[in-house]
Design a protein around this ligand. Structure first.
Ligand code: NDP
Length: 263
């Protein structure tokens, strides 16, 4: 029996155990997925091995600590320095990032994107913006704090704070801030959100499991929008493929993971 876990702080709200256990149980894969409340990110590696885990997911705020905990980081995670999936490969810790591809899966239904505005400049924004730029999309980043914007300027994004923001036209605006997760607040001042929503075709939020004030306002403006549930599903399917070393069919993983959202 293989054991998997999600590490985070907080972690009680995470749907990952439900999602992965639904796949394991329905496809008779001998594995179990639990959650670990980890406050100190520097303890990630020793805790992973002490629990004899075969793999793990990492959530807020340990994704950058997970990067440093790895023996080897592969693919896109290496480029962004942010890891959300760990695999135990012969007692070596291998890191991956499935968040950005999960988001690309989520916005497929919106069609081709040429111009995206990203609200926020944290770990999720880093992964998404890097993916967008790689895909040839023009990216603008708007964040509360100027000092978080250095990575994005280097990447080739147009960067603004609330004070110097110059509005453009966007295919999509994405909220990657944690504003709206716990408190009922917008990701930036109301007058800016109003202007942004008047100049975008679609809106998306990385937050899932609730309608944030940002999504509420987008809906009231009749903008086609979605929360972070499909992103969660997308990153989960890709992580599960890594956990089972591609022994299960992607379509089956997706089917049973989707089913867990009905629970
Ligand atoms: P980080 O802590 O790395 O970044 C948080 C960002 O939010 C920063 O840019 C910060 O701005 C901004 N922010 C925080 N509070 C406020 C506020 N009150 N007003 C305006 N801006 C604020 O977080 P992550 O990038 O890891 O996660 C961000 C969100 O995405 C979380 O809510 C998380 O749950 C969600 N998420 C969802 C996923 C999914 O599968 N659906 C996957 C990954 C993340 P500043 O620089 O000014 O501090």
């Amino acid at each position: 029996m293989k054991l998997f876990a999600i590490f985070g702080d907080p972690v009680a709200h995470s749907r990952s155990p439900l999602m992965h256990n639904s796949v394991f149980k329905n496809l008779n894969y001998k594995a179990c997925y639990t959650r670990v409340h980890l406050t100190d990110g520097s303890k990630l590696r020793e805790t992973f091995f002490a629990l004899k885990l075969s793999g793990a997911n990492i959530t807020v705020p340990h994704k950058e600590a997970a990067y440093t905990a790895c023996d080897e980081v592969r693919g896109f995670a290496k480029k962004v320095g942010v890891v959300n999936t760990l695999i135990n490969e012969n007692n070596k810790l291998i890191g991956y990032n499935t968040d950005a591809d999960g988001f690309m899966f989520a916005i497929k239904e919106f069609g081709a994107m040429k111009n995206i505005l990203v609200l926020g400049a944290g770990g999720t924004a880093k992964a998404l913006c890097t993916k967008f730029i790689d895909a040839g999309i023009k990216v603008t980043v708007l964040n509360r704090t100027a000092s978080s914007l250095a990575y994005f300027k280097e990447l080739g994004c147009s960067c603004f704070t609330w004070d110097d923001f110059i509005i453009g036209n966007y295919d999509l605006v994405v909220n990657t801030t944690s504003a709206g997760l716990k408190e009922e607040i917008l990701p930036c001042p109301l007058e800016l959100v109003e202007k942004i929503l008047a100049n975008t075709s679609f809106a998306a939020d990385a937050i899932y499991g609730k309608e944030t004030p940002f999504l509420k306002l987008s809906k009231s403006k009749k903008i086609t929008c979605k929360d972070g549930a499909d992103m969660l599903l997308g990153q989960g399917v890709l992580a599960n493929e890594l956990f089972v070393n591609y022994e299960l069919k992607t379509e089956d993983i997706k089917k049973f993971m989707s089913k867990s959202f009905e629970l």
